[in-house]
Design a protein around this ligand. Structure first.
Ligand code: MGD
Ligand code: MGD
Ligand code: SF4
Ligand code: MO
Length: 749
């Protein structure tokens, strides 16, 4: 292989298109460059994409054969038939004793691999698995729930075209979250007609580019945003006519905001009133405002309430369904959708009774739902492409919970912190050795989809996730050749006959649950270049046409059944990614519930109306620790090889220069960092970017990999050794990882 091959970076949700040139060994990534033909990233990458060889070929603890844990805790290699039949037998047996709902599914994809996980719904059906979760339920479910209540459809921010970009607890310079983020941020900074407003206690790379950096006290966003919304009302900067036309509940919200003690709230947040007023006026005067909130508030005090007030700021100013504002997206998945039940009314988890939002049990109750003698506790877990022993709150408790399970099955590429605790580890090809795709595509007005083709062959003894799911479903007896035969016969007469036969099967609800595997086993083998894993996208394309006929038509795929086929063909063959839909901005209204927005969420408005005085500084815990910051060389736990980092290789604890001086600490000094849940040693990095009293640890460190000499090496601190499961949002259970009370002691060298 001496050709540049198109694929994508897998280190954040943007999945920028890249091209890879393999070395003479046919395995090493000799060169990587941005793919100019990719319709969203257009050649852009950040610094991280160039280090992907460390994911593919680095010292990662790659697993290349199914593993079974022995009684003494060591692992032995087994063949796939044994693995599938034993896992199936044990899942069925646990299901017989306790019901399928006692088996919990976690994960389904990281930042770039959602194709395999999409087949898991068939496995869930085959074993009667009812409850599931993923990382989204420790970050985005509050946002999803509020969005569902206010609009009935999730929305995204059109930062690229905004006159004013508002970032709340989000550092897109490092974390991205929209295409070509660094370029777009610099464009806004350079343009005198546009502005950037950032709420962040840290002077981040993004804040540095901002016109208004509101460097607030950690955890006080609810006060600051409420004050900003109140300033908009007081100074007549709300779009009264737009609200009259498009919104309900305006009077109730205005009544609350008129009573807000603006000056006091700015003082609580510790930001100059003049600066808050100026930034708010800038938002109020702008023709368009795009707002992006993220983990700085979603994993912090009042998380869901903050998501609500943040939306009030841009809704009161009429920033929806216009260029440069927010839009309701199209796409191939239902990520972000929720029914928006009033608090307490929706589905609940079986043990704790925690609210299930977007079908996901809150991550922070999972250990609680295992470590109990409640009859409905989870007894087994199926983990796919996730590392919950590392990424969920309170790792020690999570490890205890995983150890309590009768069965833990992990599908991964590497021997992770979670895999080490499993009874069975099922190895998958890496994301460059198989067909893969992300469903995190929410671009607008043209949305894209990128089916990535394999760049290099997989080792003999690993199986792609769709094949693992198909084998499990068949071993459970849920599907057999009898189910495939009529579909295969229809296929011989062409896709149209196949579509008809398939729709017939979909009418049977018991069979419809197995749609992914039915497609994989029938349509799959007929697809060119071994693209069986893409079979599921055939149905996704048809559904996209059904849901967004005009958007698909505008993108050039025509109408009706043939549009579904054309869209699927384009996805299948467009190895650089393709445009799947094209929208008008006001299309957003057709997607919202009743074509309107609801400003009043009574439960949350009540909190806004009655915000208490925050508690004073506690003597025992003088610091607030943000546990899990995105930095230049962090990428969740996707790259395990510590050598991928060019800087900050130990993952230093950042501390304000003032605190460091007071404590006599200089760069590289070791300290003991203690929270209510744990204590660890770490090196410090004093910086004038941070406020006094604030500390920050990077995300994704503390991984243990085996070194060349066979010894295990752990790099940096695993943030969740320090976090608590019960420090979480009242409404949706998301964790408060960015607000961990902490203390520090210098360690004498
Ligand atoms: N480099 C890199 N990029 C990534 C990832 C990665 O691991 N590494 N992970 C990806 C994933 S999974 C996600 S979800 C996104 C997350 O992306 P972000 O949410 O942007 O990332 P974080 O750094 O966790 O948090 C954002 C900001 O919140 C600020 N913050 C802390 N406390 C507060 C507070 O009290 N109030 C406010 N207003 N801000 C506060 C922090 O200073 C930080 O700058 O990043 C994605 N991109
Ligand atoms: N304290 C604290 N905790 C946090 C956060 C924080 O800010 N602070 N952030 C949270 C957030 S926003 C997120 S998104 C989560 C992320 O945490 P997780 O959802 O647990 O996911 P990742 O760390 O992305 O790990 C992805 C896994 O997929 C595996 N993998 C890679 N490629 C493949 C493949 O092709 N197939 C399979 N089967 N596996 C593969 C990797 O080896 C890895 O084990 O962490 C959360 N945890
Ligand atoms: S880390 Fe994200 S922004 Fe950077 S190249 Fe990869 S996908 Fe693109
Ligand atoms: Mo995330």
């Amino acid at each position: 292989m001496t050709e540049w091959q198109p694929t994508a970076c897998i280190l954040c949700e943007c999945n920028c298109g890249i091209q890879v040139l393999l070395g003479p060994d046919g395995r090493s990534f000799e060169k990587i460059r941005g793919d100019k033909l990719h319709p969203a990233s257009a050649g852009y990458t950040c610094n991280k994409a160039l280090r992907l060889d460390h994911y593919q070929n680095g010292r990662t603890g790659r697993i290349t054969a199914p593993l079974r844990r022995r009684a003494d805790g060591t692992f032995e290699e087994i063949d796939w038939d044994t693995a599938i039949s034993e896992v199936t037998a044990r899942l069925l047996e646990i299901g017989e004793r306790h019901g399928g709902a006692s088996v919990f599914y976690y994960g389904g994809g990281g930042q770039g691999n959602h194709l395999g996980g999409a087949y898991a719904t068939a496995t869930m059906a085959a074993f009667g698995i009812r409850y599931r979760s993923s990382a989204l339920a420790q970050e985005k479910t509050g946002d999803f729930w509020v969005g569902a209540r206010m609009a009935g459809h999730p929305v995204r921010a059109d930062v690229e075209h905004a006159e004013v970009a508002l970032f709340v607890g989000k550092n897109p310079y490092q974390s991205h979250g929209f295409p070509r983020a660094r370029t777009v941020l610099k464009e806004i900074a350079r343009d005198p007609a546009r502005s950037m407003v950032v709420l962040d206690p840290v002077r981040t790379e993004t804040a540095e580019l901002a016109d208004y950096h509101l460097q607030l006290r950690p955890g006080t966003d609810v006060y600051l945003l409420t004050a900003m919304a109140a300033i908009l009302v007081r100074d007549n900067l709300i779009d009264t006519q737009w609200l009259a036309e498009h919104a309900d509940g305006v009077a109730e919200v205005l009544a609350v905001l008129r009573a807000v003690p603006i000056e006091k709230y700015c003082a609580i947040a510790d930001v100059e009133l003049d600066l808050v007023t100026a930034a708010t006026h800038r938002i109020g005067r702008a023709a368009s405002v795009a707002a992006l909130e993220d983990l700085g508030v979603q994993m912090n005090r009042y998380s869901t309430v903050v998501s609500y007030v943040e939306k009030l700021v841009w809704l009161l100013t009429g920033n929806l369904a216009k260029p440069g504002t927010q839009y309701a997206f199209t796409g191939l998945s239902n990520i972000g959708f929720d029914r928006g039940h009033p608090a307490g009314a929706g589905p609940k988890s079986p043990v704790v009774g925690a609210p299930i939002v977007s079908g996901l049990v809150p991550c922070n109750v999972i250990s609680e739902e295992i470590l109990t003698d409640h009859p409905d506790r989870y007894r087994a877990m199926f983990v796919e492409s996730a590392n919950p022993a590392h990424s969920l709150a309170d790792s020690a408790r999570m490890r205890a919970a995983l150890a309590e399970l009768e069965l833990l099955v992990v599908v991964d590429v590497a021997m992770t912190e979670t895999a080490r605790l499993a009874h069975y580890v099922l190895p998958a090809p890496t994301q460059f050795e198989k067909y893969e795709a992300t469903f995190f595509n929410f671009d607008f007005p043209r949305n894209i989809f990128h089916l990535r083709h394999p760049v290099l062959p997989a080792p003999e003894s690993v199986l792609p996730e769709p094949e693992i799911h198909a084998r499990l479903v068949e071993a459970a007896g849920a599907l057999s050749e009898d189910d495939y035969a009529p579909l295969r016969a229809a296929l011989e007469q062409g896709r149209e006959a196949f579509a008809m036969a398939f729709l017939g099967i979909m009418a049977d609800r018991n069979k419809a649950k197995y749609a992914p595997v039915l497609l994989y086993r029938t349509l799959g083998p007929t697809l060119p270049d071994d693209a069986a894993a893409a079979a599921l996208l055939w149905l996704a394309a048809y559904n996209c046409v059904r849901k967004f006929p005009h958007s698909v038509e505008r993108a050039g795929y025509g109408t009706g059944l043939t549009a579904g086929e054309r869209l699927f063909e384009a996805i299948l063959t467009g190895s650089h990614g393709v445009v799947i839909t094209e929208d008008d901005y006001d299309e957003t209204w057709n997607r919202l519930r009743d074509n309107r927005v609801q400003l009043n969420i009574p439960e949350l408005l009540d909190v806004v109306a009655n915000l208490p005085e925050p508690l004073g500084d506690s003597g025992e815990w003088p610091f607030v620790l943000a546990a899990g910051e995105r930095r230049a060389f962090t990428a969740n736990t996707i790259i395990r090889d510590p050598e991928w980092r060019k800087r900050d290789d130990g993952g230093a604890l950042r501390i304000s220069a003032a605190d460091a001086q007071r404590l006599g600490l200089s760069a590289g000094d070791r300290v003991r960092l203690t929270t209510g849940r744990g204590s660890t040693e770490v090196s410090v990095e004093p910086t004038d970017r941070m406020r006094a009293g604030h500390l920050s640890l990077p995300n994704g460190l503390g991984l243990t990999v085996v070194a060349a000499d066979g010894s295990a090496v752990t790099t940096g601190v695993a943030p969740n050794e320090l976090t608590a499961a019960d420090s979480r949002d009242e409404w949706v259970g998301t964790p408060w990882h960015k607000y961990v009370p902490a203390r520090l002691e210098a360690i004498d060298a």
